[in-house]
Write a protein that binds this ligand. Structure first.
Ligand SMILES: NC(=O)C1=CN([C@@H]2O[C@H](COP(=O)(O)OP(=O)(O)OC[C@H]3O[C@@H](n4cnc5c(N)ncnc54)[C@H](O)[C@@H]3O)[C@@H](O)[C@H]2O)C=CC1
Ligand SMILES: O=C(O)C(=O)COP(=O)(O)O
Length: 623
């Protein structure tokens, strides 16, 4: 391999910009989220639970009105802070947290058209289950919307595919309403078994019907929990406390977690065929859509009782009405519906053996405060470019890994950007090979974020597609880019995650022939030195130039005076050279000169460089 000599030029001391989380990171600088403010908010938020809810709610709405006017005024005054549209009611503690970092526009009950009209002015959107965040919404955002926060668990109202394609991060608040939903499930179970709602309605019409509302006992009965996740397992725990026998069906739940609660995991058919009560706790997905239907109702014990606090769509509602009418299902208690609110003449809602609530599972004071804080933190974090632990459509890279890899992320993007500019027009890139040299075991090196940034570096200079960690893999696939990754073991300090990154394009021609390696690929390699990304290899030539500003690569016959000649031409045009490095095959043979320049030289200057007799080829590369 060629040797290299490096001639450092005085250069301004710039800190490498962390262009990390790609678009998610170009965020407002005024944000100063801290655990202290989080704790303060939590304390304030306790007061509504001390029996003063109504009074505080009145006060809160007055404060909210004033705050909203202020938010809008600030936005109108051209405040650079991001704008968060809160489209459904959110707990005050969450709103307060958001307001520390962003302009908050609380606009509830927007029509789909109003939402589309507003969204292009917003950096983030927060919704609950009542707002459909469709492809139209993402498209109407015209690239400005960076994060959608779902203040709750189910994200079936958000078009995740569209969000991913358009590079919008979706985060949810998966834990704060678990207990509320489980308690509501138990409330519906008990209320249904003892006809509480029906008896109450009857008494309110001045009747006293003790015989009509004889119920069934829970103790000793079998409850099938369908979906043994967070809510399902809490329902199971509570049902055990009521003396029920609990079985569960969940194809993805670990059996030991179920055993620890004294719950047996069984097949779907066994669960529905052997239980007295069936409680649904799975997400709505193509697999679970209408999972209870005519066929499955037919397999159940006659007189079974169904509870649904998951999603209406997991039940074929017409089939449920038929099963109720023919007595297969004795009763149902439903919090959720395929269409919300359900149609006014819904047979299901009006059925005398059905108990209904208007999607109240998460609606406790405590859960709503918790959810509001959980989602506000996730949204603020995402707007600041932090990794979100609750990202739904992006790889979850632990923050430790993220901060350790951050200089390499900058390097990865720049290598992708450099490599793509070396490709000759007309030769489409299909195969990208990335080689990581590292002391780490492959399992200890999470390269997803590096792969995403390399994709960004490759795709953005040649298209108007905007790439971030959310849509990088999708974008690569769409463009027919096959990115393969290889690890090469490097015997160095395990403290340093990576020694070098190489980006190679196979089966392409280069506009700078020297960028082609011995194996026929366009190849560039870089390293991080003192936190700064450096280009260390082009084709088979070693160089050493810091990846800041722009780069001119020249191939020349190695001879004295070359650096001076190029330096003079650039100097005449006030183009500042930050770094220069020469890599050569042998003395007086071919050499590659890599020149880092702060400014972009004009065409005439570049032409003059090209005319220096010893220069055989050259290329200007923007970083
Ligand atoms: N009514 C309400 O207000 C609320 C409703 N929910 C809903 O409750 C459901 C559960 O929420 P979490 O427990 O927090 O979610 P989770 O993700 O913790 O649990 C869902 C479980 O369903 C399982 N699952 C997936 N496919 C399945 C299938 N085909 N059959 C059986 N199990 C399957 C998963 O393995 C997982 O263990 C979600 O649909 C959520 O939207 C949650 C909170 C409030
Ligand atoms: O968290 C969930 O999945 C819920 O269904 C709660 O919905 P909500 O936020 O109350 O509209």
């Amino acid at each position: 391999m060629a040797s290299s000599k490096t001639i450092p030029f005085p250069r301004p001391t710039t800190t490498p910009r962390s262009s990390l989380l790609l678009s998610l990171s170009n965020l407002n600088s005024s944000s100063s989220s801290s655990s202290i403010s989080f704790l303060r908010l939590r304390c304030q938020s306790r007061s509504p639970f001390l029996g003063q809810a109504a009074r505080l709610e009145d006060g809160a709405s007055a404060i909210a009105a004033v705050q909203r006017r202020r938010d809008l005024q600030v936005a109108a005054a051209g405040d650079p802070r991001p704008t968060v549209l809160v489209a459904e009611k959110l707990g005050e503690a969450g709103l307060a947290l958001l307001r520390e970092h962003a302009n908050v526009d609380c606009s509830y009950q927007l029509s789909p058209e109003e939402l589309c009209a507003k969204i292009s002015l917003c950096d983030a959107l927060i919704v609950r289950s009542g707002t459909k965040v469709t492809r139209e919404v993402f498209e109407a955002a015209r690239g400005r919307l960076r994060v959608v926060g779902r203040a709750g668990v189910g994200i079936d109202n958000v078009d995740l595919q569209a969000a991913t394609e358009l590079g919008c991060l979706v985060v949810n608040a998966p834990t704060a309403n678990t207990i509320a939903a489980a308690e509501h499930g138990i409330a519906l179970l008990a209320a249904m078994a003892r006809n509480v709602a029906q008896a109450d309605a009857s008494m309110k019409t001045e009747k006293w019907q003790r015989n009509k509302y004889v119920g069934v006992s829970l103790v000793g009965k079998t409850l099938a929990v369908m979906g043994f996740g967070k809510v399902g397992s809490e329902v199971a725990r509570r049902a055990k406390g009521l003396g029920m026998r609990v079985i569960a069906h969940d194809p993805y739940a670990p059996a030991d977690r179920a055993h620890a609660l004294g719950v047996e995991l069984v097949s779907f058919d066994e669960a529905i065929a052997t239980s007295d009560f069936i409680s649904l706790h799975m997400p709505l997905t193509p697999d679970t859509s209408k999972i209870l239907n005519d066929n499955t109702f037919a397999k159940m014990q006659k007189g079974v009782r169904i509870i649904n606090v998951a999603r209406g769509g997991v039940i074929d509602e017409d089939a449920l009405v038929r099963a109720l009418d023919n007595g297969t299902v004795a009763q149902a208690a439903l919090d959720v519906f395929t269409e919300e609110p359900p149609p006014k003449d819904s047979k299901l809602v009006k059925h005398e053996n059905v108990t209904v609530t208007p999607h109240l599972g998460a609606s406790t004071m405590e859960a709503q405060e918790g959810v509001a804080i959980e989602i506000a933190e996730a949204v603020v974090g995402a707007l600041k470019g932090e990794l979100s632990a609750t990202a739904v459509n992006a790889p979850m890279v632990p923050s430790k890994v993220f901060s350790e890899l951050s200089p390499y992320v900058v390097l990865a993007e720049k290598l992708g950007r450099l490599a793509v500019q070396l490709v000759a027009g007309g030769s489409g890139i299909r195969l990208v090979k990335v080689v990581y040299t590292s002391t780490r075991d492959p399992d200890d090196l999470d390269t997803r974020i590096l792969r995403a940034t390399i994709t960004k570096g490759i795709v953005e200079p040649i298209s108007n597609v905007f790439v971030n960690i959310v849509n990088a893999d999708y974008t690569a696939k769409q463009r027919g880019l096959r990115i393969s990754e290889e690890r090469v073991f490097h015997d160095g300090s395990p403290e340093i995650p990576l020694d070098s990154i190489q980006v190679c394009f196979s089966n392409v021609e280069s506009k700078f022939a020297s960028a082609i390696s011995d194996s026929g690929d366009i190849r560039v390699e870089g390293r991080v030195k003192d936190g700064v990304p450096h280009l260390t290899l082009v084709g088979s030539f070693s160089v050493d130039v810091s990846l800041e500003g722009n780069i001119i690569l020249c191939r020349q016959v190695d001879q004295p005076g070359m650096i001076g000649q190029v330096g003079n031409i650039l100097g005449e045009k006030n183009v500042n050279i930050s770094f220069m490095s020469v890599g050569r095959t042998a003395r007086k043979k071919q050499a590659i000169m890599a020149i880092g320049v702060d400014e972009e030289p004009d065409k005439e200057t570049l032409r003059k460089i090209g005319k220096i007799p010893a220069i055989e080829e050259f290329v200007f590369l923007k970083l």
